[in-house]
Design a protein around this ligand. Structure first.
Ligand code: FAD
Length: 552
């Protein structure tokens, strides 16, 4: 595989030599470090790399250079290296210009010179930037290969599972890629064996379940200990935050996640309102950082296991896995969030995973290259998806039942949608039906007022129409409202379920009707449904777990 390039650009010979040396020392084995001494020369180098189909992971440029500034060069470099991360080396006096460049040209980071010692001031930043680049460009760095049919729902599920668990892979369409056909023939794969997953040093996996795949990739699918201080169900922002705080404060902690860490936030293309990230960050980036933090503090993470039942056994709570297996813990945090609501229209269920998707991940976005894409929804999640898909699709049409977006979507997203040349918003429109042989081919849309139908051709429909909690597994003892949201603290005392609370003390703010079982994040009645509030509640739940554990 060709090594991806890192390009450094600096007109000062000493600085240029220093940055190239520091980068080569650490990243030389995996990246090709290329040097340019001016903006025009950098663009020339990038043109050559693009023509040789050599991927560029990072461009680190000085701002102050004669003739063309770093920002001017980076602005033009997008054409040559669309996916590269941009780092600007600046003096303190250029800070304002650098902050403006975050919005204007998508600058990823600005670094004040000098960067000594590089171990503290340079490498952590470059590690982050290259980590993000590798996640977004798995085809350049992965040895795992997935071979299947483009419109198979199992192929879609496996790609989503790998992408959301940050496992880079290369995808081969067995109908269109010669290499895919070659590998399929070599593996003597029958039609039902697809998708195949080829793992280095492992067996050929034939249409594996998520559990088998997780096992083959070395992801943990069983808990190690018989009993923990705290079990957290759900690995979204609330669960991950609870795991960080619990493990860092010395509680033996396990977190169970049925799909992939990150939850809904993990599917977001751009979280722009989370404190501390002025450029915003992708859900995948946030998840990657959170998982690293959870692991560093020693919380165990059990993946690809769905919790299907709950029991209280004296002072201990048990969560029961779908299939077999269970975990016992002295306290429990329920952080299972919400799941997408299904859109009701003729033909949609049959085509789900075959052109009709709930939510969207980066892997789908890049496959829409040059196509017409339809999105249903009017909230921020639909707006973000429209902008992300518009980077690849020929045209994105957002279908909105209401007459405007003002009441449901943030202003900044409405403005961005209006400014995107290939995004169209169709108000007062609904989906009546979806049709296709094996995958989505046409949609029937209707005007909500007149009912007039219209047929359009499309292979892609993404649905973002709100979500509801799936809390049936909690059984009858944990009080929920009529929509399934978990009732806690004062809300519990004020509800008709107040009599279920068994202790003389009042329930803690996030405590459910069963003492020692807490709820955090979107799954909780009246929660704010934001990343920051889910993270806050996860941390707060741990404080209350400590108080609870002190009483038993
Ligand atoms: C596309 C999109 C974009 C968004 N953008 C923003 C934004 O820009 N800013 C913002 O503040 N908010 C945003 N949100 C909202 C934000 O992501 C959520 O409020 C937040 O993720 C809630 O976190 P949570 O941990 O409570 O639940 P979730 O994120 O829903 O996570 C719950 C987790 O629990 C797991 N789970 C569920 N049931 C089980 C079970 N039985 N067993 C095991 N695991 C289970 C799920 O697989 C999931 O991983 C966005 C949401 C979406 C969908």
């Amino acid at each position: 595989m060709t090594k991806p390039a890192i390009l450094t650009v600096d007109d000062d010979a000493m600085v240029s030599a220093a940055i190239s040396r520091d980068l080569r020392t650490r990243y030389g084995p995996d990246y090709r470090i290329v040097k340019a001494t001016s903006g025009p020369q950098a663009l020339d180098v990038l043109t050559k790399l693009a023509l040789r189909n050599q991927p560029v992971a990072l461009i680190a440029s000085d701002q102050r250079m004669p003739g063309m500034t770093g920002i001017e060069m980076l602005e033009q470099a997008r054409t040559h290296a669309p996916d590269a991360k941009f780092l600007l080396l600046t003096a303190y006096a250029d800070t304002d210009v650098a902050i403006k460049a975050i919005n204007d040209i998508g600058l990823d980071y600005y670094l004040l010179k000098p960067w000594d010692p590089p171990e503290d001031r340079l490498y952590p930043i470059i590690d982050d930037l290259l980590g993000d680049w590798r996640d977004a460009n798995p085809e350049h760095t992965s040895d795992i290969r997935v071979i299947g049919h483009r419109w198979s729902d199992r192929s879609h599920e496996i790609k989503t599972f790998l992408a959301r668990n940050h496992v880079p892979y290369r995808w081969y369409d067995v109908d269109r890629d010669v290499e895919g056909q070659r590998l399929s023939t070599l593996a003597e794969a029958a039609e039902t064996d697809h998708p195949l997953v080829l793992v280095p040093d492992g067996d050929t996996l034939r249409s594996p379940t998520s559990l088998d795949l997780a096992g083959a990739l070395g992801l943990r699918t069983m808990a190690e200990q018989p009993l923990y201080d705290l079990c957290i169900v759900g690995g979204g922002p609330a669960g991950l935050a609870a795991a960080v705080y619990a493990a860092s404060e010395g509680l033996s902690t396990v977190i169970v996640e049925r799909e992939a860490p990150g939850g809904q936030a993990g599917t977001s293309a751009a979280i722009e309102n989370y404190l501390g990230f002025p450029k915003g960050l992708t859900g995948s980036d946030l998840t990657h950082r959170a998982v690293a933090q959870v692991t560093r503090f020693g919380a165990e993470m059990v993946l690809a296991r769905s919790v299907a039942g709950f029991e209280t056994r004296g002072p201990v709570h048990a969560v029961l896995f779908d299939g077999s297996g269970e975990i016992e813990a002295r306290a429990l945090v329920v952080a299972t969030g919400v799941s997408y609501r299904r859109l009701e229209a003729e033909g949609l269920d049959e085509l789900s995973g075959r052109g009709v998707y709930y939510g969207a991940t980066a892997s789908e976005a890049s496959q829409c290259q040059g196509d017409d894409v339809y999105i249903v929804g009017a909230a921020n999640s639909a707006g973000q998806a429209a902008l992300n898909l518009a980077r690849y699709a020929k045209r994105v049409v957002l279908l909105v039942r209401a007459a405007s977006l003002e009441a449901t979507m943030s202003r900044y997203l409405i403005d961005k949608l209006a400014a995107a040349p290939n995004v169209e918003v169709r108000f007062r429109t609904k989906v009546l039906a979806a049709r296709g042989e094996g995958h989505l081919e046409t949609l029937t849309l209707a005007d909500v007022d007149s009912g007039d139908p219209e047929e359009v051709s499309s292979s892609w429909l993404f649905v973002f129409i709100g979500a509801s909690p799936r809390t049936e597994w909690l059984g009858p003892n944990i009080a929920r409202d009529d929509k399934g949201f978990v009732v806690t603290g004062q809300d519990l005392l004020a509800s008709t379920d107040a009599t279920r609370w068994p202790l003389p003390r009042a329930p803690l703010a996030l405590e459910t009707s069963v003492p020692g079982v807490f709820a955090a994040g979107d799954v909780r009645l009246d929660s704010m449904k934001r990343v920051a509030s889910a993270v806050g509640e996860g941390a707060m739940a741990v404080y209350q777990v400590h108080r609870y554990l002190a009483t038993i």
